[in-house]
Design a protein around this ligand. Sequence first.
Ligand SMILES: *[C@@H]1O[C@H](CO)[C@@H](O)[C@H](O)[C@H]1NC(C)=O
Ligand SMILES: *[C@@H]1O[C@H](CO)[C@@H](O)[C@H](O)[C@H]1NC(C)=O
Ligand SMILES: *[C@@H]1O[C@H](CO)[C@@H](O)[C@H](O)[C@H]1NC(C)=O
Ligand SMILES: *[C@@H]1O[C@H](CO)[C@@H](O)[C@H](O)[C@H]1NC(C)=O
Ligand SMILES: *[C@@H]1O[C@H](CO)[C@@H](O)[C@H](O)[C@H]1NC(C)=O
Ligand SMILES: *[C@@H]1O[C@H](CO)[C@@H](O)[C@H](O)[C@H]1NC(C)=O
Length: 641
Amino acid sequence: MRFSAFVVALASSATTSLAAPSSSKHVLHEKRDGKPHMWEKRDRATPSQVLPIRIGLRQRNIENAERYIYEVSDPTSSKFGKHWTAEEVANTFAPAPATKKAVLKWLVDSGIERPRISLSKGHNWVEFDGTVEEAERLFATEYWHYQHVENGGLRLAVDEYSLPEHVQQHVDFVMPTVQLDGLKPIANTNHGRDAMAIIPGGASLGSLPCGSLITIECLRKLYKFPVGKTAAKGNEIGIAEWADYLYEPDLPIFFKNFTTPQIPLDTKPEFISIDGGLTANLTTIATGSGVEAALDVQSVYSIIHPQGVRYYQVGDGINVDSVGTFNIFLDALDESYCTYEGGDQPYVDPAYPDPNDNELGFQGPLQCGGAPKSNVISVSYGQIEGALPYFYQVRQCNEWLKLGLQGVSVIYASGDSGVANRYNSGYPNSCLNSEQQFVDNNGTRFSPSFPVNCPYITSVGATTLIGNDTESGEQAVSRPGTGPANAYYSGGGFSNYFPLPSYQASAVGHFLKHYAPNYGPNVYNTSGKARGFPDVAAIGLNVATVWNGSTYGVGGTSASAPIFAGIVTLLNEARIAIGKGPIGFLNPTLYKYPEAFNDITIGNNPGCETGGFNATPGWDPVTGLGTPNFEKLLPIFLRLP
Ligand SMILES: *[C@@H]1O[C@H](CO)[C@@H](O)[C@H](O)[C@H]1NC(C)=O
Ligand SMILES: *[C@@H]1O[C@H](CO)[C@@H](O)[C@H](O)[C@H]1NC(C)=O
Ligand SMILES: *[C@@H]1O[C@H](CO)[C@@H](O)[C@H](O)[C@H]1NC(C)=O
Ligand SMILES: *[C@@H]1O[C@H](CO)[C@@H](O)[C@H](O)[C@H]1NC(C)=O
Ligand SMILES: *[C@@H]1O[C@H](CO)[C@@H](O)[C@H](O)[C@H]1NC(C)=O
Ligand SMILES: *[C@@H]1O[C@H](CO)[C@@H](O)[C@H](O)[C@H]1NC(C)=O
């Protein structure tokens, strides 16, 4: 109550000072939930300070996007598999002329001269440099300095802001406003001692295919998939890495010791550097950040070869270490998504040329389009739903949807900390308090991950073998570990932001009806109206990986995602061989055929001082539908148009 009175008062004083009479009153548009965990509010911003102001325009037809994606991905649709071109996507969602006009008119009427204003390439963003005083007037707000409690860094931000009623319908969000958290995407490799055991010299492999390490023979037996057949161009699998570099000399050692039939030792991925991403480098392995890349590339190669791997190295490793989410990757894949120049959200996404005072920073412009799309893209990184602004996540989620429309299967690791969240940017193994702010290990509310909370992504949880052969089956991964950062459980739960997608309604309904734990609505979203994840699962422990010349058994949903993605690439290979197209967005098909999965019913994903959820018959928020059975999936995918 007090809050809205405050906004109205500000709005009316702002309106009276406008250069030209403005039309409607301001209405609240975005408000931060509570006090940010790591930031202290300091003093008011200087009125004359200049800000790079960006206004994200509402996209045309975005309200129909969900219908469009199901038209091409629901097996019962007559348009199944009829994917769109990039041009069709850009034209369909470009903001309406009326949207651009309304926003430009409002700005010009408010005293921002037209020559100061520019539009992004895709006409999705309006950009101008404005003073704090102008921004406070336009958005009926107050800018304050916030200081990071650990590194002392200062940011300008507001607690909430408003837009004129007639403009609000045309705007997704404005920045910089409520955004404060720039998070590094976190690799979902489990570095806990138990989960990543070094195997001396690879000598103790044992006689069983799943003996002391999970090898390709073990995976083939477990998931019943064949050796890849074709080397045809066009079905390369995409692997995206953020500041984890591939140490190329490991590849021939892995191929020689761990692939059957042996992959030729000179096989290499196609490297695609985005925004200064470095490729294989002797120097960079010393940073200790390369296990993720080794795991991802080696596990997919052993599944999909002789098809190829396309390796997207995203970010210069300087910017990405400080801030950044997945938007710069999307910018490179989709020119129309880009902002005019620099990052998508100053303070949340990295800006290029890199403004950091570091000679290694990439000095070129942000890459806008030009990176090829792949039929399947596997990403083993994740972030925290509660730490990123709502509108920001919605906009990015729609972008993943657009890739699905174009026939791309987007596959993400579901996270390694059960219902909690791994350490990230000052949030130690976070849970949320009742206001959904981060607290510490004592927090009680489950903390879902981003972007697996987005319904247009296929999220992969982790399992482990019950015994040392494939016969005894799988259970949800469980590595209690010595502390929260070492514990490892399959990421899963329910989004607090994204609603339940229709393809999942009956699976989630079944789980909640029969197996919902009784923690109450303050611990997780029990409404039955929220997106649940993961969608599927695959082995995520003890996977044979060569890194820095030694063999390791590596764990993490980081292993599960590329394994599942590799199997989808084999399904695409079989479809392409009979003249059909790639599958694209998978979930509507996967949920229609739960019998094509090995249902995992043992284990759970504890966190936030609870036992988390249980793996149960049918879908569950630990292992999803279960692990893939290629022999059952193949006829389904071959039958589809
Ligand atoms: C690869 O296999 C050879 C022969 O078994 C063994 O000597 C070597 O240590 C292995 N290398 C790794 C990295 O496991
Ligand atoms: C290796 O890294 C150094 C410094 O990080 C960089 O200058 C060089 O270009 C890199 N080499 C390759 C082949 O990427
Ligand atoms: C990589 O291996 C070399 C020797 O084989 C070792 O000196 C170096 O410390 C290792 N690097 C890391 C990051 O483990
Ligand atoms: C969290 O719980 C532990 C053990 O109960 C306690 O020692 C610690 O002070 C608590 N931390 C906070 C921030 O409440
Ligand atoms: C496999 O597991 C069984 C039962 O857990 C055990 O008796 C056997 O020794 C194991 N075999 C190997 C080769 O590790
Ligand atoms: C639960 O999810 C629904 C659907 O997205 C949403 O409307 C509701 O606000 C969520 N509840 C909480 C407490 O986050």
